[in-house]
Structures are given as structure tokens and as C-alpha cells.
Design a protein. Structure first.
Length: 350
């Protein structure tokens, strides 16, 4: 039976705990029973032991509390299983065995680390709080404070009387009355000659023409336009590169994923994150949109781990066939007839 294993964080997330989900890839039903799992490291022959360590002896772990979950079965795992998985950098292989001791299926284990945390992530706040409340013991033989000597009040000297200066009154000068002279008889102006007025008009016309020519010449010159200092800048987008480089990565992703973008726009945002070295942002956006059913995003994410694809970014430098197969399966869940995903999945699971 072809099985699909996945690790899902609890809601809300709890450090050191997660839900292990198992479903049949071909749609077969898995009944609820006391299954056992076996975790094996691919690089060496090492198996996860009951005490959370890796050993050479084959070991089947008995997990209690299997229930039905989204067309399959699931069980809660604690830190003894989750921590070794999260700390392991190489690939893992997981096997499922039923109550009769028969192996139901074996598959590479791939998972989305978003929301999963080591058990060591819990308790830090409590330790810091205890450290804050540690007080140094107070000595029991402290000398009593000696009273300060009383100072005799010194009488303040009486203020000297203020002598106001005597200002002599200033006599205002008498203003003589202004007597207007008698109006003189109007002076008869000589009549202006027509020739003089004609010359004045000609001069004014020449000056106006010169001024108009100067203005036209000044306007015809190419002058640099000074930028407007008070023009407001357009607000940056929620998923812009500027916010990506200045905000906390998790906060940026939580705000950005709510945007109503199409597949091409999301791939553009992810591409900017990879170019800027924001690998966690790129991975979280990939996972969020792929799990939401965007087949194009899931296909692009699968190719990031596909051994047949060339890697040119610093965020996805190593191939991982199990992870690539997982996301190719996600593509086929949304688009069962996707020929590219079918062909690559068939090659990877052989």
C-alpha cells in the first residue's frame, strides 16, 4: 500500500508536540488500531529508539491514541519522537506496522517545518522570570542611620529700601500753528507739440518689443525642473521588497499571505525573496500557497527539491527526492491530470 505521512502542528502550536498523519495514496481506507512506526536514517543504518536516541538496533515504536483524521488516521507524538526528527538534517524513512505485525507501508518522511518547534523552545520565559525575582539577602547588622545635625535658622537680612529715582518733568515744546499760504493762481501750461508725443509712443513700443523678445528667449531655453519636495511617495505594497527587508520575516509572511494575488504574482514575490536572501519568507510562502491548493506554486516548490532540476539560488541548494515527491503529490491532488507531476513522481518513487 502506498502511504503518505505528514507532520502537522497543533493549534495553537505546542513546542515538542505534533500530529503524525497517515493516509493511503490510492484512496484505501486505514482502520483505527494500535499502529507502530519505525524511523530510520537514510545516511546510516540507524533507527530511533524508545529513549529518543538513534541506535543500530531495529526498533518499532508503539504510539497510543490513533484516531480518524481527514480520510486517514493520526496520532499525537511528543518530544521523544518529534525532537529527533526536527534535529535530523538528512532524509528519514518511516514505516507503519499494524497490530498483526505486518508492515502496511514504507515511505520517505517529508514535512513542513512551519509551526513545529523543539521542546526546548518551551520554558524559556519561566526561567527568565525566576531569574528576575532572585533578590540578594539583606544584611541584619546594618548601622542605624545617624540623625543629621539640626542647623540653627539664620535670620534673613531685611531688604534695603528701594529709592525710586526722581525724574524731572519734561516740558513739551509748543508746536507752532501751521498757516497755509494763500493759493497761487493756476499756471497756464503751454500746449505740447504733436511731434514730441509721437516720439514718446515710439519709444514705449520699442521697449515693449524688447521685453517681449527677452521673455520669449528665456522661455525657449531648456531649464532643469527642480523636484517637488512636498510630493508624497506612493505607499509601499504589503508584499514589497522594502517591507521584506525591514520587517520580521514571520510578521511579513502573516500579512503578505492575505493578499489576493494570482499564481504568477505569488511566484514573483517568492522570486524577490530568494534574490534578497530571505529564504524563510520564500519557503513559508511556498508552503502556505501550495497547501491552499495552488497547483502552480506546489509544482514550483517541488522543482526546488527535485534532483533533476538545476538549483541557482542560495535558498534551495540541495536536492531532496522525498520532499519533491511530497509536493508533486500535492500537485496531483489539485490537478490529477498534470503530466509533468505524474512523470516526475513516478521517477522519484521508483
Amino acid at each position: 500500500m502506498k502511504l503518505r505521512f505528514s507532520l502537522i502542528p497543533l493549534e495553537p502550536s505546542v513546542p515538542g508536540k505534533a500530529r503524525l498523519c497517515v493516509s493511503a495514496y490510492d484512496g484505501e481506507h486505514l482502520g483505527v488500531q494500535n499502529y507502530q512506526i519505525q524511523l530510520e536514517r537514510k545516511d546510516v543504518d540507524a533507527y530511533l529508539q524508545a529513549d529518543g536516541r538513534w541506535g543500530a538496533q531495529s526498533c518499532w515504536l508503539q504510539l497510543q491514541g490513533w484516531t480518524e483524521f481527514e480520510g486517514g488516521v493520526a496520532v499525537l507524538i511528543d518530544a521523544s519522537v518529534l525532537d529527533p526528527i526536527l534535529l535530523q538534517e538528512t532524509g528519514l524513512r518511516i514505516a507503519l506496522r499494524n497490530e498483526q505485525g505486518s508492515v502496511v507501508g514504507v515511505r520517505g518522511l517529508s514535512f513542513n517545518p512551519l509551526g513545529l518547534a523543539l521542546s526546548s523552545a518551551a520554558g524559556t520565559g519561566a526561567q527568565q522570570a525566576e531569574a528576575v525575582h532572585v533578590l540578594a539577602p539583606v544584611s541584619q547588622h546594618q548601622p542605624e542611620p545617624q540623625p543629621e545635625p539640626q542647623l540653627q535658622p539664620v535670620p534673613a537680612p531685611e531688604p534695603e529700601p528701594v529709592v525710586e529715582p526722581i525724574v524731572a518733568p519734561v516740558e513739551e515744546p509748543e508746536i507752532p500753528a501751521i498757516v497755509e499760504p494763500p493759493a497761487s493762481p493756476p499756471v497756464q501750461q503751454a500746449p505740447t507739440k504733436t511731434r514730441s508725443r509721437w516720439g514718446l509712443w515710439v519709444g514705449l513700443a520699442i521697449l515693449a518689443a524688447a521685453a517681449a523678445g527677452g521673455v520669449a528667449y528665456w522661455l525657449s531655453q531648456d531649464k532643469p525642473v527642480a523636484p517637488l519636495a512636498d510630493v508624497p511617495k506612493e505607499p509601499a505594497g504589503v508584499c514589497s521588497l522594502e517591507r521584506m527587508q525591514t520587517m520580521a520575516e514571520l510578521t511579513f509572511v502573516q500579512e503578505c499571505v492575505n493578499e489576493n494575488y494570482d499564481s504568477a504574482q505569488w511566484l514573483e514575490v517568492i522570486g524577490r525573496a530568494k534574490q534578497a536572501g530571505k529564504c524563510e519568507i520564500a519557503q513559508r510562502l511556498y508552503v502556505n500557497k501550495a497547501q491552499a491548493g495552488d497547483a502552480a506554486i506546489a509544482l514550483a516548490y517541488a522543482r526546488e527539491y527535485d534532483p533533476a532540476q538545476a538549483r541557482s539560488t542560495q535558498c534551495f541548494t540541495q536536492a531532496n527526492p522525498a520532499t519533491a515527491a511530497y509536493w508533486y503529490e500535492t500537485v496531483l491532488m489539485a490537478q490529477p491530470e498534470n503530466a509533468d507531476a505524474k512523470a516526475r513522481l513516478q521517477e522519484l518513487i521508483q
